[in-house]
Design a protein around this ligand. Structure first.
Ligand SMILES: Cc1cc2nc3c(=O)[nH]c(=O)nc-3n(C[C@H](O)[C@H](O)[C@H](O)COP(=O)(O)OP(=O)(O)OC[C@H]3O[C@@H](n4cnc5c(N)ncnc54)[C@H](O)[C@@H]3O)c2cc1C
Length: 378
């Protein structure tokens, strides 16, 4: 076990987009940080995501500070292109990343942060937690699940639809992962259903050829209710009446949903077309599993070979952050992101569910955090 004192240099937890952006911004400010990453690569989450994944946000609004995406990349870049970009980013900016360093605990002792990995103790005045909003899969369970004879996996384990060819598959949840996985399963010849428990909003990826994110940015200064009122008739015309297809429509619009529920509505990349064409069946929420399938909230039962839980993720920073309970809620979701917390020298980056895309927000937060750390040092 080694003791690694780095005096006033910041420690950054995580070498995903947020950790890399922080490292880059600090470097530009003349501050060398050390990035501690549990895996053996940068952007490790993007290595694990399903094959078909493309960014739902356009490339102009998804780039990290100081590095535009290559000109030849398409408007909505693929998972592998993002990985390539992150690897180049870390290399070009010569970031100091220590791989295979899993943070087991971080606490504030004697006016500094003590960060313990499996084999090394680090000390730092500034600690930036960029360990990802999607750090842990959220895996709910249902009565009767043990008796179900089929397979149940979380979307984080889904790679592609090949193993599900010819199967009856239920995708539980209606976020951006479930929407895209449903398309992928259908394209691989599965018979696909969606279980949607909550009321929803759906927005197109583009409106009149303009990325929805750019519209969100322009409308960002408006109160969410007003933005929703302006957009409602356009969304109704483009998306149609959701209730006709088995959904319950949220009583408020997408901007209010993001602000209040911290939940991004489905950005439609073709799921709605498949539903309208009758290729995907929409059911209400699941109440229990049977041996051969599930029962839904309306009492109907259906048989399935496999179930995919597209039930999201949790940041759970409280799995390692100790003695700073005022900086996050009981579930470990940070109370703020992009600025110094109530604990001295503690920052979170990448935890604001933004109507203008998380990657764009990460870039903005990284600049704010590095400026704050640079100011505190002078
Ligand atoms: C399926 C999916 C699609 C998405 N698509 C988009 C999109 O189109 N546009 C957009 O703007 N955003 C999107 N997001 C949201 C978000 O922008 C990305 O997830 C992005 O990767 C977040 O970057 P991050 O660095 O905050 O987190 P991550 O990419 O999750 O990186 C966190 C890093 O921290 C490391 N880490 C975690 N815990 C520890 C620990 N205890 N010790 C050491 N290291 C640790 C992890 O190994 C990981 O490498 C998507 C998210 C998901 C899940």
């Amino acid at each position: 076990m080694s003791d690694f004192s780095i005096d006033k240099n910041p420690i950054v937890i995580g070498a995903g987009p947020a950790g890399l952006a922080i490292g880059a911004c600090l470097k530009r400010a003349g501050i060398q940080s050390i990035i501690l990453e549990q895996s053996d690569k940068v952007g490790s989450a993007w290595h694990r995501h399903y094959d078909r994944l493309h960014l739902h946000t356009d490339k102009k609004n998804s780039e990290l500070p100081y590095a535009p995406f290559p000109r030849e990349y398409p408007r909505y870049i693929s998972r592998t292109q993002l990985i390539e970009y992150l690897e180049t980013y870390a290399r070009k900016l010569q970031l100091d990343i220590r791989f295979g360093q899993q943070i087991r605990s971080a606490c504030y002792e004697n006016d500094q942060w003590e960060i313990q990995t499996q084999d090394t103790l680090y000390h730092a005045s500034n600690l930036v937690i960029a360990a990802g909003y999607a750090r842990e899969p959220n895996i709910p369970t249902w009565p009767g699940q043990d008796s179900f004879k089929g397979a149940v996996i979380h979307s984080s384990q889904y790679k592609n639809g090949e193993p599900f060819k010819g199967q009856k598959v239920l995708v539980i949840g209606f976020g951006n992962s479930s929407g895209e996985i449903a398309i992928d399963l259908w394209a691989h010849g599965a018979q696909v259903s969606l279980a949607v428990r909550s009321a929803v909003n759906v927005i197109p990826r583009e409106l009149f050829g303009i990325p929805i994110l750019s519209i969100g940015i322009v409308q960002g200064k408006l109160p969410p209710k007003l933005a929703d009122a302006i957009n409602a008739p356009i969304l109704r015309a483009v998306i149609g009446d959701l209730t006709k297809y088995g959904f319950r429509k949220l009583p408020y619009g997408p901007a209010t949903q993001i602000q209040n529920d911290k939940h991004i509505p489905l950005i439609d990349i073709g799921t709605m077309k498949l539903i309208k064409q009758g290729h995907l069946t929409v059911y209400p929420g699941v109440t229990e599993f049977t041996e051969t399938g599930v029962e839904f909230l309306d009492g109907k039962q259906a048989q399935f070979d496999s179930v995919i839980l597209a039930t999201g993720y949790r940041p759970r920073v409280n799995a390692f952050l100790q003695g700073a309970s005022n900086t996050h809620d009981e579930a470990g979701t940070p109370a703020s992101s992009g600025r110094e917390t109530s604990m001295p020298g503690l920052y979170f980056c990448g935890y604001y569910v933004s109507p203008t895309g998380m990657l764009r927000e990460i870039g903005i937060e990284a600049m704010q955090i590095s400026a704050a750390i640079a100011k505190n040092k002078t």
